[in-house]
Design a protein around this ligand. Structure first.
Ligand code: PMP
Length: 286
């Protein structure tokens, strides 16, 4: 199964697709994106991702030409072209326009839509364990908008990999923010604690699902600022993202994470697994 690409209506093998040099994504990263799982040809939690996408492109004042329904139809065109019930990662981005390089918005700018779709093997939530490093968060102050400008996250992810680790936990001074491409939730004394939604973190859809599931399972949680000391003293550290759902960590900066809240974590992971299966049931296919 080869990855597919889509650019403004054209579908082909991703490796054969090109974008114009004047696409403002190329030289300004002037755009926004989303990434989500697909299974049984059903896009998981599409409505929530469309909501966040709209919020992001409005924040950048992009002139995105498609209605919500039209965008969903374009996404499903690519999903249908892949013609498989396997688990896939669907990515899409809108860039402001195609126009010669000039910082201000081009006259009559109309956004470009790019979509990619590729097979993905989900990590086993039961057995996979992250190895984490802490990392000073040097990103800008609009991390709640899902923009294409990801250099700090790229550098952070590479630093983790070079240390034999799988994700970073970013912090601004003492305050923990989020991962390079995930949100961070800690478990302490039977409670989940995760950073509050403000301009310093992305409002992760997996984070939101996890908190909803915690509520349903009667597991208390707090959305509040927490510190590096609290991170280091946590019973568990959870890493949430659309492409991997909810994974545990075994190591932080070379020290073992206690992993002493197994029952809570396994309850949440199982609830999440069931939610994912239920909401990607083949009967829900468009
Ligand atoms: N924070 C950042 C910086 C991310 O890139 C991601 C992944 N998109 C997340 C959090 C997790 O968000 P979601 O659960 O919506 O994938």
């Amino acid at each position: 199964m080869e990855a597919l690409g889509y650019y403004n209506g054209q579908i082909g093998l991703l490796k054969d697709m090109t974008v114009p040099m004047n696409d403002r994504a190329v030289y300004f990263g002037d755009g926004v994106y989303e990434a989500v799982l697909v299974k049984n040809r059903v896009i998981f939690s599409l409505e929530e991702h469309l909501n966040r996408f709209e919020r992001s492109y409005k924040a950048l004042r992009l002139n995105f030409p498609l209605t919500r329904e039209e965008l969903a139809a374009e996404l499903y065109k690519v999903v249908d072209a892949m013609d498989t019930d396997a688990t896939l990662l669907l990515y899409w981005q809108a860039s402001r326009a195609t126009a010669p390089r000039k910082h201000t918005f081009p006259e009559g700018a109309k956004a470009n839509l790019m979509i990619t779709l590729k097979p993905i093997t989900l990590k086993d939530m039961k057995t996979f364990r992250h190895k984490l490093i802490t990392w000073e968060d040097t990103r800008y102050l609009h991390c709640d908008i899902k923009t294409l400008n990801l250099i700090p996250s790229v550098m952070a992810a590479q630093a983790a990999e070079e240390k034999g680790c799988t994700e970073v936990v970013q912090h601004r001074g003492e305050r923990v923010t989020e991962g390079a491409h995930s949100n961070i939730v800690i478990v302490k004394d039977g409670r989940l604690i995760t950073a509050p939604l403000d301009n310093l973190i992305l409002p992760g859809i997996t984070r939101m699902h996890l908190l909803q599931l915690a509520k349903q399972c009667g597991i208390p949680y707090e959305e509040r600022i927490f510190t590096l000391d609290e991170l280091r003293a946590a019973d568990e550290i959870l890493v949430t993202s659309s492409s991997a759902l909810c994974l545990r960590a075994e190591e932080l900066d070379g020290a073992a994470v206690p992993q002493t809240a197994g029952a809570i974590v396994e309850t949440l992971q199982e609830a999440y697994r069931q939610k994912f299966e239920k909401e990607t049931d083949p009967a829900l296919r468009k």
